[in-house]
Design a protein around this ligand. Structure first.
Ligand code: DON
Length: 570
């Protein structure tokens, strides 16, 4: 039965992607593989060249962390829409002996930041200030993150991990059609905030196969390869960054760069039936919300016949709206506010929250509030997954926040700065770019990390890493990762099919059930509306790059058909 269902989905999915033009076509410069199986190692990233570099590092004897560092730098060159050295991210690492660590290289608010910095004198949000231009920049964490990861786990020389990206920046890369389109869409914003928008803007519109050469970025990467931390946070790169801040009205200073340090954190650990789930703790909301979603769906066993059924979608949406109400109220940077992690993950608490779910109607979001207890009681980002031959697994989600971040290109240094400040709650109750609202827990404060939804995750079966997974998508990251785990672990759908399945999302506010356009049966949508859901069809949700490790050790990579994502191994 499962096989019949899966093959039916395969045909459907392939037809849909052909219809929407999402499948690789012959004029593209790279051969893109959406799935690959290999006995030793696997890399899945958003770009074929980044995947290739990751595999080369592994073949040269590097471990999964070495490969992840090389991929992070490579994505900064080949995937500038989200790959970065001017942003931040989270890296989840699990070794084959079961030891796991989470590295937080999330950006921080500059020292000169203040709670109301995006409000006018009447207390209203100033449109665009937290998303476009220098004021929206958080202090970048990526380079410190890579050096911190290397110090603890790296086995190859740091320079060797940066070198391949220097060559790509210097020699240029051929643009895919998606990349050409993204650059063309960002053109006017890039021009509006930069003295020079080179090399990302040229006189003509970009075409597929055009060569993008990034000489300034090559020099910056050279300085990082030579001087590690000081190649970015001090010296020439820092000078260019600070100068650019000053001329563009930004507030990042040398002190901010000196103060920036990535932080090792203990991964969040939970259970979904008998599978152990490892994910990112605060300042990501991802781990906590994912564990709540999984606990919420656990009470009724479901099988593959339930996939995408009206009752399953309804139940998932109702769980999601309750989980996101908690997210808005309680989550923020644990180094600045107390996050009640234990309580939020208490299974009795989560189950009591789900008791109000009805099968025959929706609970309007206005009637759903965050949970209560006695307090004294006790949308561009990119994800990649790597598994090496020793079984070390790395799951990384990294971002500039929105596509090309703040659109600020550090003049003379050639890299793009994030607009991560928009992930703070600039004003309680007012939605950010992802429609997320927040409370004082996620208010702006100097040196504080903004709340994230990035959810690099692993599922472990009887001590063996089984699934390495994550996604971009802003607020939709968490529900995307949830659907992959639910569909693959609970409903038994093979990972490649689970990644391609249509996705839905609910985040409490707005009180809307988002579904990917043209991917759900009209009858399903009609019945969800009849239950009371406000259903809106939208552009693709998430882009999952994941790896499944079989019991015999084979690694299967699944690259999302929604982009240029590419899986390869050896
Ligand atoms: O950290 C976060 O939650 C967001 N800055 C992520 C942004 C994102 O995923 C945009 N991508 N599609």
């Amino acid at each position: 039965m499962i096989n019949i269902l899966i093959s039916k989905y395969n045909v459907l999915i392939i037809l849909l992607f052909i219809a929407t033009g999402c499948i690789h076509t012959s004029q593209e410069p790279y051969a893109i593989e959406k799935t690959a199986t290999a006995p030793s190692a696997m890399v899945v990233t958003a770009h074929p060249l980044a995947t290739k570099i990751g595999v080369q590092i592994l073949e040269a004897g590097g471990n999964a962390v070495d490969a992840a560092i090389a991929v992070q730098f490579a994505l900064a060159v080949v995937y500038p829409v989200a790959g970065n050295i001017g942003g931040g991210g989270f890296m989840l690492i699990r070794q084959s002996n079961g030891e796991a660590m989470a590295l937080d290289y999330r950006e921080k608010a500059p020292v000169a930041a203040s709670r109301d910095m995006y409000l006018d004198s009447a207390g209203q949000i100033i449109d665009g200030l937290s998303t476009l231009g220098h004021r929206s920049n958080g202090v970048p964490g990526t380079v410190d993150g890579m050096i911190t990861a290397h110090e603890r786990y790296g086995s190859m020389a740091f320079r060797d991990l940066v070198e391949p990206s220097i060559a790509l920046a210097r020699n240029g890369i051929l643009l895919t059609s998606n990349e050409a389109e993204e650059l063309n869409l960002a053109r006017s914003a890039l021009v509006s905030v930069n003295q020079s928008a080179a090399p990302f803007v040229q006189s003509e519109a970009w075409q597929t196969d055009d060569l993008l050469v990034q000489s300034d970025l090559a020099h910056t990467l050279e300085r990082i390869a030579n001087a590690c931390r000081d190649g970015f946070y001090r010296g020439e790169t820092a000078r260019l960054l600070i100068e650019d801040q000053q001329s563009g009205g930004g507030i990042i200073t040398q002190q901010d760069l000196d103060d920036y340090h990535a932080v090792w954190r203990n991964p969040l650990r939970g259970w979904f039936r008998d599978h152990e789930v490892l994910s990112m703790p605060p300042p990501s909301s991802g781990g906590i919300a994912l564990m709540q979603l999984l606990e919420g769906i656990e009470d009724q066993p479901l099988d593959s016949t339930d996939v995408l059924s009206v009752s399953t979608i309804h139940r998932m949406a109702e769980i999601m709206r309750r989980v996101y109400a908690d997210r808005a109220a309680y989550l923020g940077d644990p180094d600045h506010v107390e996050v009640p992690v234990d309580h939020l993950l208490d299974s009795l608490y989560i189950r009591s929250r789900m008791q109000t779910i009805r099968t025959d109607s929706v609970t309007p979001s206005g009637q759903v509030q965050e949970g209560n207890w006695d307090m004294h009681e006790s949308d561009q980002t990119t994800h990649f997954s790597i598994v090496d031959k020793q079984g070390m697994a790395v799951s990384v989600t990294t971002t500039l926040n929105l596509e090309f971040g703040s659109k600020v290109i550090v003049q003379g240094a050639g890299f793009i700065m994030n607009n991560e400040m928009d992930d703070f709650s600039a004003k309680p109750g007012v939605p950010n770019s992802f429609g997320l609202i927040g409370s004082t827990a996620n208010a702006i404060a100097p040196g504080k990390r903004m709340l994230s939804s990035m959810t690099p995750t692993m599922v472990v079966d009887h001590g063996q890493t089984r699934l390495v997974v994550g996604s971009p998508g802003g607020s939709k990251i968490i529900t995307t990762v949830f659907q992959i785990i639910f569909h693959s672990m609970e409903l038994g759908i093979p990972l490649t099919d689970a990644v391609a399945l249509p996705r839905m999302h609910h985040q409490w506010r707005p009180d809307t059930l988002f579904v990917e356009a043209d991917r759900f049966h009209p009858d399903t949508l009609m019945r969800l509306r009849a239950l009371g859901h406000h259903v809106i069809e939208r552009s693709p949700i998430g882009r999952v790059d994941a790896i499944w490790i079989e019991a015999n050790g084979d690694r299967t990579g699944a690259a999302d058909p929604r982009g240029d994502d590419h899986a390869a191994g050896y």
